[in-house]
Ligand binder design. Structure first.
Ligand code: CMP
Length: 138
């Protein structure tokens, strides 16, 4: 079965909407097969988002992602990567479709409530970054 990696971001944990986001994930036939609530260190956030290190918003992004707890997750389902991207909606909530997590919950393009992998290859890298094999029970 296909897998993807998800982060419920600090703006969402702060507003106590982790459960609502999980409900949307499950209603769309993705299964949460691993999950933990953690505080990202500065180094973890910088490594995780290293692809964006030249972007003007990088420092702000690192400050935000380390500003409070996040929930990291492994999601399983058919075409999990694309399916979760569809459920999340566009990065900028102004462009997100009705019924998506970001349309419902995101505050702005940065505080956009969730992250999801953009390819199968990156899903594997991101899952391995946060989870040991025995923490994932599919
Ligand atoms: P994510 O899908 O986790 O990938 C990179 C993150 O950077 C993105 O979600 C947003 O949280 C943030 N981001 C993307 N574009 C911008 C932007 N233009 N300004 C501020 N933050 C952004």
């Amino acid at each position: 079965m296909d897998k993807t990696f998800s982060i419920i971001k600090p703006d969402a944990t702060k507003r106590n909407i982790t459960g609502d986001i999980n409900k949307i994930i499950e209603e769309n036939n993705l299964r949460i097969i691993a999950q933990k609530r953690i505080l990202l260190s500065n180094n973890q956030a910088k490594n995780f988002y290293s692809i964006h290190k030249e972007k003007p918003f990088f420092n702000e992004l690192i400050n935000y992602m380390t500003s409070g707890p996040v929930v990291v997750q492994v999601l399983e389902g058919k075409n999990a990567v694309q399916k979760y991207r569809d459920i999340m909606g566009a990065t900028n909530p102004d462009n997100a479709k009705d019924g998506t997590i970001r349309k419902k919950h995101a505050l702005n393009v940065q505080e956009n409530s969730v992250h999801g992998s953009d390819s199968d290859e990156n899903a594997k890298i991101e899952i391995d970054f946060f989870f040991q094999k025995d923490e994932i029970i599919g």
